[in-house]
Design a protein around this ligand. Structure first.
Ligand code: G3I
Length: 477
């Protein structure tokens, strides 16, 4: 953090723990009485974690559970990092190897280690086209959608209260210039699969930041533009998204983009945190070190860049070990890239980062009602009909409700549903509900009340227990 100002031109405050340096520039500026004051947050942290913390950021790494018995590995982990991402252990194939049977042993090991050593945890990854268990790979349509919702709900629920941020959806956009969604079995369940995953994660763990995570989105290009548009759309519609992860796997064919910082900043300007989530940069020596410096400085320069995670500790731990892309060599020695990263952290950034991690604001999933909602469901009939499709699993369900207008069209609507005993609505989107059990009324929001003659609109809700089986009522406003 460097603040530069002419003397007397304004307030300059720095965190008391940060050392301030006053640099008088012995040039004409001094002769003119316009001393330039540079208050630097230069610090003397000696580890990645402590130096990042002085800048209000975290420094993390991917961790493999089977390496937690390697004392050299654990020694570096505990000394240098204050955030961990399970490299494979929280993925769908690891956590739900058979449908409905959850296996948390390896992931729990990492979580326990992190908690015992004061580290936070990035969850990775709830919904992804890759590393699906075989049974999920063989599903499609509503069966897969239902399985995905169940998986997100169960895993995020298992770790509820323990996760700093979840990669809720990973790598859902295509490479190249199309700006399209990646084709996958999940995508083929319907374009809304991503927002359903986010809403489900929010309901399961309201305190975790919810992130979209991808690669080849590190600079401005067709793919990152498409992600940007999605995040913008989600924010405008109240879909709960808090952060965007930039994987940042770099090599000579995919170098650190020149607009890396600008790209982080434009996402941050949408009102989400940004994080560098899987950093590794192939190469060696000063070239590699310079690239790590660039990435570190870029994060420090973006106020909402809350932290950096590297994708492994030693080069030999990397998913692409032959590229020697990490900060420690195979013997655990610090590389020039390590020193460059630490120096960049200690030099501080060019903007004032928060002294604590930014608050996790939990945006409402729907705007508050502007008028008093009805206390009982309205009677059926009157210009519209409603139909419900259900995705259910043991203990929960997601209902998607289609509201269809009659020949007169609609200026507003209310759908009434009766839930079976024991069922409770936990989360509603594109409607405002009154009541959460028994007779529940769902009223349109400001943007979806008007439906043309013969047209339709959809809303949804998630619940615990058994979903509705009785026919819904629908009434025009
Ligand atoms: O554990 C088995 C082992 O028992 C078996 O003998 C061996 C044989 O191939 O495979 C081992 O599993 C491998 C696993 O890593 C653990 O090492 C898998 O084959 C291998 O596919 C898996 O690769 C992981 C990869 O994701 C899978 O897509 C990498 O470790 C992991 O670093 C990588 O991480 C991804 C992020 O999740 C998303 N972003 C890209 C990143 C790099 O590809």
């Amino acid at each position: 953090m460097n603040h530069v100002r002419a003397r007397g031109s304004g307030r300059l405050t720095t965190a008391p723990r940060l050392r301030a340096a006053l640099v008088s520039i012995a040039t004409g500026a001094v002769a003119l009485g316009a001393t330039v004051a540079v208050a630097s947050s230069a610090s003397a942290g000696t580890t990645l974690a402590t130096s990042a913390a002085e800048q209000g950021r975290y420094f993390g790494t991917a961790v493999a559970a089977n390496k937690l018995s390697d004392s050299a590995y654990v020694g570096i982990l505990n000394r240098e990092f204050n955030m961990v991402t399970p490299e494979n252990e929280m993925k769908w194939d690891a956590t739900e190897p058979a449908q409905g049977q959850f296996s948390y042993t390896s992931a729990d090991r990492i979580v326990s280690h992190a908690q015992a050593n004061g580290m936070r945890i990035r969850g990775h990854a709830l919904a992804w086209h890759s590393q699906q268990p075989g049974w999920a790979q063989n599903l499609s349509g509503s069966a897969l959608r239902s399985a995905m919702v169940s998986h997100v709900s169960q895993v995020a629920g298992h770790y509820q209260g323990k996760i700093y941020a979840w990669d809720v959806v990973n790598e859902a956009f295509a490479d190249g210039g199309s700006g399209a969604r990646r084709d996958s079995n999940l995508q083929r369940t319907g374009n809304d699969w991503i927002e359903v995953a986010f809403r489900t994660a929010r309901a399961a763990d309201p305190g975790a930041k919810l992130c979209y995570n991808d690669y080849n989105t590190d600079g401005q290009n067709a793919k990152s533009n498409a992600v940007y548009a999605m995040v913008q759309d989600f924010r405008s519609r109240g879909v709960p998204i808090d952060c965007v992860g930039f994987q940042s796997h770099f090599n000579s064919a995919s170098p650190v983009p020149s607009d890396y910082q600008a790209n982080l900043q434009r996402f941050a300007n949408l009102g989400v945190d940004v994080q560098i989530t899987e950093l590794d940069i192939e190469g060696s020596g000063s070239t590699q070190a310079d690239n790590y410096t660039r990435v570190t400085r870029a994060c420090l320069a973006v106020t909402r860049c809350t932290g950096i995670s590297v994708w492994g500790i030693r080069d030999t731990d990397s998913w692409r070990a032959s590229g020697t892309p990490l900060l420690f060599d195979g013997n655990g020695n610090k590389k020039p890239a390590y020193t460059a990263t630490l120096d960049a952290l200690n030099a501080g950034g060019s903007t004032t980062p928060p002294t604590t991690a930014p608050p996790t604001t939990t945006p409402p999933t729907t705007p508050p009602p502007t008028t008093a909602p009805p206390t009982t469901p309205p009677p059926s009939g009157g210009g519209c009909t409603a139909s419900v499709s259900l995705q259910s699993w043991t203990g929960g369900f997601v209902a998607t409700v289609r509201v269809s207008a009659g020949p007169a069209g609609l200026k507003g609507w209310t759908v009434g549903l009766t839930l079976p005993s024991g069922a409770t609505v936990t989360n509603t989107w594109n409607a405002q509900n009154t009541g959460t059990s028994g007779s529940v009324a769902f009223r349109n929001l400001s943007y979806n009340g008007t439906v043309g003659a013969g047209g339709s609109t959809e809303f949804g809700f998630q619940g615990t227990g058994v979903g509705p089986t009785a026919l819904p009522s629908c009434a025009a406003a």
